[in-house]
Design a protein around this ligand. Structure first.
Ligand code: ATP
Length: 446
């Protein structure tokens, strides 16, 4: 059976609960604090989840910083409270919250159908909903022993502000000239009214943001470039093109800082939703930080002999949401197996190693292969159960290749390499395992 290609219909993910259960069962994502019954919309990454997440970040970081015009940064989560006044978050980072008087459900008014809003009707039970209250999404805490208003600090709701307030530091130390960018990966926190859909919307999450500083007037062209580059990045991770689209924000949808904005959206089982935002933030943020801090945040162009505050094109992707998209997009269910068609460069394990039987001579050979292969590729050795079962287990966690060591291996030093996606098997010399894996990973196509 494993020699053949998949027969019958192959299904994609239709119900998020299938993925949630696979992630729990196999160690991708666990409910947080599960022994205490969990905590709403908080999730922990298990052994496989953490590897996938690292690979996602690595892919993003490389795409950003392999260029000579982008520098990295890792700013603190807690910042001077004035940062959030200047950025507009204290005043304006709010969502309209409505409650149903009958079933007590809570909603974001902007996420309810406009006809229901006009009739003040609850989307769950049809009961009457309250008038909207503006709810600030920033988490507040206190720094130091006194819990008074002078000690209030916020957990950052976006990583971008850490970049703006370090604009001059990075400019001076890196000796970049405009145009250039600053990239950062880090945690952000939002007290979301309606978190949910697994790790799609949580209150604690990681962002991968890059702010690109350009001369005013060059912003629109740069915006177009980054829109394209970011779309291509998601494709380069193996996401199916028909599941991705660009959505332009209409006037009324634009954030307070934005002149133009596009979302890269993905078609989840629960509909088209934002995966990444590309925003033309103009000089809004740097200007505001100049005003609030009293420090100059302008740039001196030595060629043109002019001073200006740069415009900013921002690319803002959720790391957890990218990981969710990768899992949703990779999920396949066939007649008798489930497999994750993850891009091999992102998969937690690149190869499974299987001694056909638990016999000392096969185990010994496997150990030697393992010692060699693991130097280059994350390798999982599995000697338990039938070979078919072992293939299925690796398929289900997305391991792209399997190598089986059998009795022929002992006599002629060849092994069988199996492909997760096609289930095709090929006999290759044992000494070529690393070379073949490398070639296959590099030439893999979705
Ligand atoms: P929404 O309007 O859906 O709340 P947003 O437009 O405010 O989201 P951005 O501020 O543009 O979102 O955030 C940039 C990216 O950060 C999003 O595209 C998403 O990938 C990620 N992100 C934002 N909020 C969350 C969250 N609560 N949980 C997980 N990821 C998030």
């Amino acid at each position: 059976m494993d020699q053949q290609a998949e027969t019958g219909a192959i299904k994609n993910l239709e119900d998020m609960s299938e993925l949630v259960s696979l992630c729990k069962r196999r160690g991708y994502v666990f409910p947080s604090s599960e022994v205490y019954g969990g905590i709403n919309a908080c999730w922990d990454y298990g052994p496989l989840g953490v590897e996938l997440k690292r690979n996602v970040k690595e892919s993003w970081w490389r795409a950003m910083t392999d260029r000579t015009d982008i520098e990295g940064l890792d700013a603190a989560i807690m910042m001077h409270p004035k940062v959030w006044q200047a950025s507009g978050h204290v005043e304006g980072f709010t969502d309209p919250l409505v409650d149903c008087k009958k079933c007590k459900s809570r909603f974001r008014e902007d996420q309810i159908d406009a006809a229901l809003v006009a009739q003040k009707k609850c989307p769950s039970c049809g009961g009457e909903i309250t008038a909207p209250r503006q709810f600030n999404l920033m988490f507040k805490t206190f720094m130091g022993p006194l819990e008074d208003s002078a000690a209030v600090v916020y957990l950052r709701p976006e990583t971008a502000q850490g970049i703006y307030v370090n604009f001059q530091n990075v400019l001076q130390t890196s000796r970049q000239r405009i145009p250039f960018g600053i990239a950062q990966i880090g945690k952000a926190f939002r007290n979301e009214i309606t978190p949910g859909n697994f790790i799609f919307r949580t209150r604690e999450f990681e962002q991968m943001e890059m702010q690109y500083f350009v001369k005013p007037g060059a912003d629109e062209a740069s915006f177009e470039t980054w829109k394209e580059l970011r779309f291509q990045w998601h494709l380069s991770n193996g996401i199916r093109p028909e599941k991705l689209r660009l959505h332009q924000h209409a006037e009324g949808e634009l954030a307070h800082y934005a002149k133009a904005a596009f979302d890269i959206q993905y078609e989840f089982p629960f509909g088209w939703q934002e995966l990444e935002g590309i925003h033309n933030r103009t000089d809004f943020d740097l200007k505001r930080h100049e005003q609030f801090s009293g420090k100059k945040l302008e740039y001196f162009d030595e060629v043109g002999k002019e001073r200006y505050i740069p415009y900013v094109v921002e690319t803002s992707a959720g790391c957890d949401r990218t990981l969710l998209v990768l899992l949703v997009d990779a999920y396949r269910a066939g007649a008798d197996r489930v497999w994750l068609k993850l891009h091999p460069k992102l998969a937690p394990y690149k190869v499974g190693l299987f001694p056909l039987m638990k016999k000392p001579e096969l185990m010994e050979y496997t150990d030697r292969v393992f010692a060699d292969v693991r130097k280059q590729f994350r390798t999982f050795v599995d000697e338990a159960g039938s070979i078919g079962k072992r293939y299925r287990r690796q398929d289900e966690i997305g391991t792209p290749y399997g190598v089986t060591i059998d009795y022929d291996t002992l006599s002629n030093h060849t092994v069988t390499i199996r492909d997760r996606d096609t289930m095709a098997q090929e006999r290759i010399p044992a000494e070529k395992i690393c070379q073949v894996l490398q070639e296959r990973i590099e030439s893999w196509k979705p």
